[in-house]
Design a protein around this ligand. Structure first.
Ligand code: NDP
Length: 295
């Protein structure tokens, strides 16, 4: 295999240790431990695992991780009321509503996310935080793209003047990723900016040629192994965000074996981008606590 493996697990552990140390200092200054509250609606097994993992990661970092569970049919009104209650609870620093909300129960995801106090919006999904990011003066950075920025930076990979192709334009990964890498300044991480970014999606004409032109290829699609070896420029850096379950195994959006023979560096699935998302959530929760207490 030619490519260097970008070890997201190792970088995430490094970031989590840094956050834990900062939390310790924060608490030593007389502040209460930061508190992240997750809201889980329904019984979706994957969401339950995600919320449990987040609570465990909080605990290890010295952050209080709470979970509010609502029955699947609680309804929009009750969920909104809970979000508003958490907004005004001074003991809660970060609020996270686990997505997706149960299908077929008439939840309005956008209305819920809009209701979260922007100072407690540790996922960075509120229009205020998205707007600040767009203007190059972010408050919270969305966790998955921020994790990727940290992985690139800590692996010594500069994005400046590079051609980057992001495949996928979701609000939580693709779109903010493209925006962060296109920033003029290093407001989203040192030396991780100033890229020439192409944002590809399902209507992109000749996706293969678009991908082959990229020095850094970031796949956030949700289709197992759709990025094949012939879509990768020799020596490109490949970041695979995709998490797809196939035959009870997790695979990415990239055909890893083929890509690893062509790329200069690549993230594995699992063990690449995934662990970084939770690490950046902890980072944002500490930041929220600092913002709210003025420390
Ligand atoms: P979405 O389903 O919201 O978005 C998928 C994007 O891929 C859309 O923009 C869509 O285009 C595009 N797309 C779909 N099919 C094609 C195609 N054939 N060619 C080109 N583009 C296509 O997904 P998410 O962004 O939420 O997630 C993407 C993947 O990342 C998933 O596997 C998810 O599980 C994973 N993920 C991983 C995280 C982590 O921590 N590692 C965190 C979040 C997500 P269009 O807009 O035109 O429909």
């Amino acid at each position: 295999m030619k490519a260097e493996i970008l070890d997201g697990k190792r970088v995430a552990a490094e970031i989590r240790a840094e956050v834990a140390k900062s939390v310790e200092q924060f608490v030593a200054s007389g502040a209460p431990a930061p508190c992240l509250t997750a809201v889980l609606v329904g019984e979706d097994p994957a969401s339950q695992v995600y919320v449990r993992n987040k609570a465990r990661a909080c605990e290890k970092a010295g952050i209080e991780g709470r979970t509010h569970r609502l029955p699947v049919d609680a309804g929009q009104k009750e969920l909104l009321a809970l979000v508003n209650e958490l907004n005004t609870d001074a003991n809660v620093n970060g609020i996270l509503v686990q997505l997706p909300l149960p299908a077929g129960h008439d939840y309005d995801e956008r209305e819920i996310l809009d209701a979260i106090d922007p100072l407690k919006d540790v996922d960075a999904f509120s229009p205020i935080n998205v707007g600040l990011l767009m203007q190059g003066r972010p408050r919270f950075l969305p966790c998955t793209p921020h994790g990727i920025v940290q992985l690139l930076h800590r692996s010594g990979i500069s994005t400046s003047a590079k051609k980057v192709c992001v495949i996928g334009r979701s609000e939580i990964v693709g779109k903010p990723m493209a925006m962060m890498l296109a920033q003029k300044s290093g407001s989203c991480g040192p030396d991780v900016a100033n890229a020439t970014v192409t944002l590809a999606h399902s209507r992109t004409a000749d996706l293969a040629a678009t991908c082959r032109d990229a020095d850094i290829l970031i796949a956030a699609v949700g289709r197992p192994k759709m990025i094949t070896g012939d879509m990768i420029k020799p020596d490109a850096v490949v970041i695979d965000v995709g998490i797809n379950r196939v035959d009870d195994k997790l695979v990415g959006d990239v055909d890893f074996d083929a890509a690893a023979e062509i790329a200069s560096a690549i993230t594995p699935v699992p063990g690449g981008v995934g662990p970084l998302t939770i690490a950046m959530l902890l980072h944002n929760t500490l930041m929220a606590a600092k913002l709210q207490t003025g420390r």
